[in-house]
Each structure stands twice: as C-alpha cells, then as structure tokens.
Ligand binder design. Structure first.
Ligand code: PLP
Length: 389
C-alpha cells in the first residue's frame, strides 16, 4: 500500500467524535467524577425518552454482551433452559446465553432479510425452550409479529439484540420495546458510541431494578446512592452480581452522540441509498430495498460476492479493497463455522445453509456519518474497478 493511500485509509466503522463529546468528557475528568454517577443517569433518561420509555425502564451497562447476559438472568433463565437465536450474528449473542447458564439453540436465517427465520424458530421449540433472542441484522427489523405470536403461544420471553438497531422501527414501534427486553451496544463501530457500553431496556420496571442490582455486585439498589454526596450509606449484597456498570466518562460521550442520532441516521441513509443505486447493475447481491413502511437502522451495508457470478472470491475482494485503502468488514461468518460451538454443540455450518452461504460471501462496506461524499464515491469506484477489472 502506498503512503498516500495509507494517509487516506477509510477506517471501517470509524466513529464521528465531535467537540461536544470532548468537552463533556473533559468536564467529567475535571470534576473528578469518573465512575457511575449523574451523567449515567442522564444518559439512561435520554435513551429511554428516545425509545418512548420512562427512565425506570433503562439500565446502562458496560456492553451489549453484559446487557444480554443480565436480561437473560433477570428473566429467570438458567441451567436446563433453551434459548433460540440466529445462526448469523456476532458470537456475543450466543456467548451471553452460555454465560447465563442456559443452552443456546441456533436456527437458520431468511436469505433475503438475513434475519432469524420464524418457521425455523417454531420447529426448534421444545418443552425446555424459555426464550427467543432475535437480532435485527444490519438494522433491518425481524418479523416481530411472527415472533410475538410464538412467544405468546408458548409463554416465552423475548429478548431483542438491538446492537444494530438503535434507530430501527417495526410497524411504527421502536426496536427494543417490542420484546420483554431490548439490548443495545455503544461499542466504537455502532451507530451511537461510548467506547464500550450498552443499555438494557425492559417493559417491566422490576426487571430493570434486578438488572441494576446484578450489574453492580448484587448490591441493593440503594447502593447507587453511594455515588451521591449525601453522606455514607450502608449497602447490602443480595446476590452474587457482576461488575457491569457504565462510567460517567462513557455516558459523557453517549449523551452527545444520542443528540445527533437522527442527523447521523439521515447521513447513513443517504450513503446506503447511494450504494444501493450505484451497485444495482453489478454481478453481486445487494441488500433488499427498504420498504416504505420500514425504518431501517442503516448500521451495515452488506453485499454478497458469489464467486461464480462475480468472478472473484470474497476473501480476494476483501484484500483488493484493503489495497485500495478502504476498510471492509465481514458480518459474520456463521456461528456454526467456529470450532468452539462445533465441539461443544455439534453444530455444522451446512445445517444452517443460508447463514453459511451469507457468511462465506458477505462484505460490509464503510457506512459512517463521518464519510465525505468523496469517500463514498471512492468506495463505489473501487468496488466497480475490482469487479469489472
Ligand atoms: C456488537 C454486537 C454485540 C456485542 O456488543 P458489545 O457492546 O461489544 O458487547 C452483540 N450482538 C451483536 C449483533 C453485535 O453486533
């Protein structure tokens, strides 16, 4: 790679950090209050409001992985229980189920939406099934009516992995508020970032109270007052909890990121649509168009490179993009490709053929509000050059 290209390397998923965040973090640093405090409370309040919930329905934590694990535990799910999830997701979705002590059951995805296939979910339900854990892949909402029907018919808990779905809506309802729990990520590549960070939303305030206790060593809720200046208070430990709380430094970033969420979303939508139009005549598979009554979160823009049609292997395409100074991603190799799950659960990629094929063909292109029009055109011309060259 030449030095000029290196200088202009488009980093995949680079967050847009502006002066407001910098100032707010500095303010926390100067105040000396780095840990969980008033800014975490402000961020929880702002996030619940954005989602149409009240403050008592949100708990900020240090990752979406933690959010998923605590939601499962708060739902009373543990050893002997089965949780059905998708075979096309980040490993954290499955690991959270394992760490809650439950047994993950994966099912194949719909090839068009790339979301969990409701028919497959139905076939996978057993007497031990306790929950369904769908992922709104790339920001496109799952078939929530289909899933809710199963949840109601079988008395299951619904936990939405909304790591891609901060802005997503399903038939006018906000992702993360359709299920019993919604889990969000503010990891550096996500649509709202805090560096590391996550949020649990729950329909029931009791569930959020439990999540809060679990996220801070299992100490009684009053322990949170420890972070105030109202004098010493004793705390009591009610269960063996975790250390999953969010810091004020993280919330400082999130508060300002969230204020810009709709503006950033419009820019993402613009870039997503530009790609969609620019690639429509190429021998690759573009994402399904977004319907007029859908609100996509535009977290990822992914194309499928089928070697037979495109004349180039997916991995070769990734290398060629990198050589051109463009960061790309793979979301994801299907879960059953990983040795740990093969060894532990006997899963084989070919048993989940849609997820397997997508995982072997998919490429994520840069999609960030930070990209200039010039960057976007560079991504487009690079893709076209590689495929036509
Ligand atoms: C990023 C991601 C997670 C994990 O988020 P963290 O905040 O990094 O723990 C979980 N599920 C999906 C689908 C993700 O993309």
């Amino acid at each position: 790679m030449s030095d000029t290209i290196k200088d202009k390397f488009i980093v995949f998923g680079a967050p847009e950090i502006l002066e407001d965040e910098v100032q707010e973090v500095t303010d926390s640093m100067r105040s000396g209050w780095l840990g969980t405090g008033p800014k975490v409370a402000r961020f929880e309040e702002a996030f619940s409001k954005y989602k149409g919930y009240t403050k008592g329905q949100a708990a900020a934590v240090n990752s979406c992985t933690a959010a998923l694990q605590l939601s499962l535990i708060a739902a009373g799910i543990g050893p002997g229980d089965e949780v059905i999830t998708t075979s096309l997701t980040f490993c954290a979705t499955v690991n959270a189920i394992i760490h809650a002590g439950a047994t993950p059951v994966i099912v194949d995805v719909d090839p068009g939406s790339m979301n969990i296939d409701v028919e497959r979910v139905k076939e996978a339900i057993t007497d031990n099934t306790r929950a369904i854990l769908p992922v709104h892949f790339a920001g496109r909402a799952c078939d929530m009516n289909g899933l809710l029907e199963l949840v109601n018919a079988y008395g299951l808990t619904l936990i939405e992995d909304c790591a891609h779905a901060i802005e997503t809506e399903y038939k006018g309802k906000k992702a993360g508020t359709l299920g019993d729990f919604g889990c969000f990520s503010f990891y550096v590549t996500k649509n709202v970032v805090t560096g590391e960070g996550g949020m649990v939303l729950a329909r029931s305030k009791e569930d959020i109270d439990r999540v809060k206790v679990l996220s801070l060593h299992g100490m009684s809720k009053d322990a949170w007052n420890r972070f105030g200046d109202s004098g010493y208070k004793h705390y009591l430990v009610h269960e063996a909890g975790y250390k999953f709380n969010m810091m004020d430094i993280q919330a400082s970033i999130g508060i300002h990121q969230l204020k810009r969420v709709d503006r950033s979303w419009r820019r993402r939508q613009e870039i997503w649509n530009r790609y969609q139009q620019a690639f429509k005549d190429l021998d690759i598979t573009c994402p399904m168009d977004v319907g007029p009554d859908e609100r996509h979160g535009y977290h990822l823009y992914t194309v499928l490179i089928d070697e037979e049609k495109a004349g180039i292997q997916r991995d070769e395409f990734l290398d060629r993009m990198t050589d051109k100074g463009i960061g790309v991603g793979v979301h994801y190799l299907s879960i059953a490709e990983h040795p740990y799950y093969q060894k532990t659960f006997g899963w084989r990629p070919e048993d989940f053929p849609n997820a397997q094929r997508i995982g072997r063909q998919t490429v994520s292109l840069p999609l960030s509000p930070k990209l200039s029009d010039e960057d976007v055109e560079r991504v487009i011309s690079s893709v076209i050059e590689i495929l036509k060259g």
